[in-house]
Design a protein around this ligand. Structure first.
Ligand code: PLP
Length: 425
């Protein structure tokens, strides 16, 4: 069994390689699907990503050949499941640059990971008069748990402003940090604007003020290398389904001394060392935060997804998606009446939210669907950001490494056709 404690070694990272999406597309059965008689163009990757055969097969194999509940059985199948579950944790440790197994908690998603910190660390460490800083570009998953914490404790949530072009106002962030700041909770990449935030600088500034930092990495871990030792983040949350893995699995990374001091969030089986009528004694990390039967098949699916992504190469994925975003920005901004939100291509990941003059975002998405192009429309779980942008809704195209430049060109053509439909009306 690989359940020993301690740091997990990582192999040296490859540099970026030229990425050819056609080398990988064949692994994704759904990309062969036709929608309205045309090949599917899937540009809704910020919401969730498609799954390669390898992930589907790994989960099916686990169910077919090794399935039994983890940690509790002495029998062979239970050991086989447990070994694979704990090996999945090792894979996550390596992805994050070689963190310790005790620092990696499996959750059911990014949202649960952030809520865990707000409940467990927050209730223990935050009180009346304290401040939590979040930015105007956060997803609701990194807003509401802090508002709830503020309601419970009398603390205040303060908003770090963004500029009109969707960049974090770092100066304002610096001046908002004070002895009252307990935590900065910030997204690494905006799920609407695609903005790549300067996480390391934010963390350094927060630490200089004795504040902790939680990074919402839901949109960054799937798309670029993550080296937590260089970030020096206190907490990092991300999920499996946005990185080729299944739904129902996510990760909370936390520094060991912080997690050690935090009370368990959920109570139940698996998270205890012993239970008596008088009370219970929690288990060691990471089990302390994994009450009940964990999503172990999903964790194994996630580990397979991570191995797949590492084969493609995280640096190559980041570079390729930036190229696609640049191409899309050039193509879309050349169309009169299209407004793109967020920064220029150099500060942006593969996410582009836009508006077509005179056409509601929902209509845009509906018409693009007729061209077999899947984009999302709405507030993308970022209502405060849309209020800041003064738009009720945007349409969002978000890329992954299996998307192609030909698909981006088709998006441009479909947007032009959408404009024609509305001009006729
Ligand atoms: N944070 C960001 C930046 C996201 O984009 C999302 C999902 O869109 C989440 C958090 C929440 O992820 P989940 O719904 O998988 O928990």
């Amino acid at each position: 069994m690989s359940t020993t404690s301690g740091r997990v070694k990582v192999a040296a990272q490859d540099g970026p390689r030229e990425l050819d999406p056609h080398q990988w597309r064949g692994d994704f059965p759904i990309l062969e699907k036709k929608v309205h008689d045309q090949p599917l163009i899937y540009f809704d990757n910020a919401a969730t990503t498609q799954k390669p055969r390898q992930v589907l097969e790994a989960m099916e194999k686990l169910y077919a050949e090794h399935y039994a509940n983890v940690h509790r059985g002495i029998h062979t199948l239970s050991e086989e499941s447990t070994d694979r579950y704990e090996a999945a944790r090792d894979t996550v440790c390596r992805l994050l640059g070689g963190v310790s197994r005790e620092e990696v908690i499996f959750t059911c998603g990014t949202t649960e990971a952030i809520n865990l910190v707000a409940r467990s660390w927050g209730d223990q460490n935050v009180s009346q008069g304290d401040e939590i800083l979040i930015s105007e570009m956060e997803h609701h998953a990194n807003i509401v748990p802090w508002q709830q914490l503020a309601e419970r404790t009398g603390a205040t949530v303060r908003w770090i402003p963004i500029s009109d072009d969707g960049m974090l106002d770092q100066e304002a962030c610096g001046s908002m940090l004070s002895s009252r700041t307990k935590l900065v909770a910030i997204t690494a990449v905006s799920n609407v604007l695609g903005t790549i935030n300067p996480i390391k600088q934010i963390i350094d500034a927060a630490h200089a003020n004795d504040a902790l930092v939680l990074v919402d990495a839901a949109q960054s871990v799937p798309h670029a290398p993550t080296d937590l030792q260089s970030w020096n983040a206190d907490f990092v949350a991300f999920g499996g389904h946005k990185m080729l893995g299944p739904t129902g699995i996510g990760v909370l990374y936390g520094k060991r001394q912080l997690l050690d001091a935090m009370p368990p969030c959920l109570g139940g089986g698996g998270m205890i060392r012993r239970v008596r009528k008088e009370g219970f004694e929690p288990a060691d990390l990471p089990d302390k935060f994994e009450a009940g039967t964990p999503p172990f098949v999903e964790a194994i699916g996630l580990a397979t997804a991570i191995e797949y992504l590492q084969q493609v190469g995280m640096q190559s994925i980041a570079a390729y998606e930036q190229q696609l975003a640049k191409l899309a920005m050039e193509r879309l901004s050349a169309i009169e009446g299209v407004r793109i939100f967020g920064p220029g291509a150099t500060d942006r990941a593969g996410i582009i939210s836009f508006q077509i003059d005179g056409v509601h975002a929902h209509d845009v998405a509906q018409i693009l669907d007729r061209f077999s192009i899947a984009v999302r429309a709405g507030h993308h779980c970022a209502m405060p950001l849309h209020l800041r942008l003064q738009v009720p809704a945007t349409a969002r195209a978000s890329f992954y490494f299996y998307n192609t430049s030909e698909e981006v060109e088709k998006l441009g053509v479909a947007i032009e056709e959408t404009q024609k439909v509305f001009r006729k009306k």
